[in-house]
Design a protein. Sequence first.
Length: 114
Amino acid sequence: MANTNSSDRINWQVSLLGGHKQRGGTAADTVVLTPIGGAEVDLTDAELAPETTLTKVSLIGGVKLRVPADAAVEIEGFHLFGKRTVQPGTSSPSAPVVRVRAYGIFGGVKVSRA
């Protein structure tokens, strides 16, 4: 089922230097654009949709993401230097899906669970 109003829930964060920090609230799809900086997002207390996407594009900077223990996490993208670390967890078929799309030269993705 396609969400025809998906652009209504996109949270755009653009900065020349620095990144984006987010904690709690209602999680919307988020796009972080910055030459130097990353994204630090804590979704443990957020109201999650069935699917939530975090997209981060930068030259230097990674993603630190904290998700509920039962959330499914999918990571895509590339970094020339950096790694992907996802803390193991168990998700059920009804659990929310958090997609991380991270693109950059230096940085990585680190996912921890509540």
